[in-house]
Design a binder for this molecule. Sequence first.
Ligand SMILES: N[C@@H](CCC(=O)N[C@@H](CS)C(=O)NCC(=O)O)C(=O)O
Length: 232
Amino acid sequence: MSDLPTLHMLHTCPFCWKIRSINDHLGINYQKIQVNAMKTKKELSFTDGWGKVPVWTETNGEIVVDSTPIMKHIDSTYNNGSLWSTDDEKRRDEWMEWVDSKMSKATIPILYGTLFSALKTTTRVSKLETFGFFSKRIYAWAGFPIMWGIIAKKRVKKDGRKPKQLWHDLLTEFTNEFRGKPFFGGEKPDFVDLAAFGYMRSISPFPQFSQLEEHHEGINWYKRVENTLVTN
Ligand SMILES: N[C@@H](CCC(=O)N[C@@H](CS)C(=O)NCC(=O)O)C(=O)O
């Protein structure tokens, strides 16, 4: 047990950035625990077979897994559920599903979709994440052909669009849904804004983020959400 709730995370995991974003928006005091990227299963063995980050642990020992349920838990525990609450539940649920299925799938192509970007990303990941001495070097050199050659290439091919185009289309689709308001949630960001923001923010440590910054409406919305963060 700990004095503060804890977040087991990987620095570059898009799902963890969703939790970090809602916490930064609400100003929640918590402890981040970086797991070793090569030993997630072992270090997360306390999750009864879930084995993935993010994992949220309350001070009373309660464990919550999976990023959207964790966001809901944090919102209801520390914020009376007001980010999740809406008068149009159908719209919220549809768009939350859209964010979790579409945006989550766009992160790998932009980071690893070309050989050059995969090389840049894996080198950066090996610096940001916690690895053992040897696994860091193995990851930096062996990680990129795996991510590029196997995972990202398949996704890019299946989608047919260039990763930057995919992001621009998603940001257009998303911001068009604002109906003239500054946020999806209207005058202030809601749950859906913060989840989408989290996915986009997960690209921010990488040079490919500049490709997303070229989307005018998208980056303006991103900055508006960023301005609401009380901690980071
Ligand atoms: N649906 C989960 C996905 C979590 C997830 O896939 N996390 C990845 C890191 S980005 C992970 O921990 N992978 C380790 C593994 O699957 O062994 C969520 O939204 O939290």
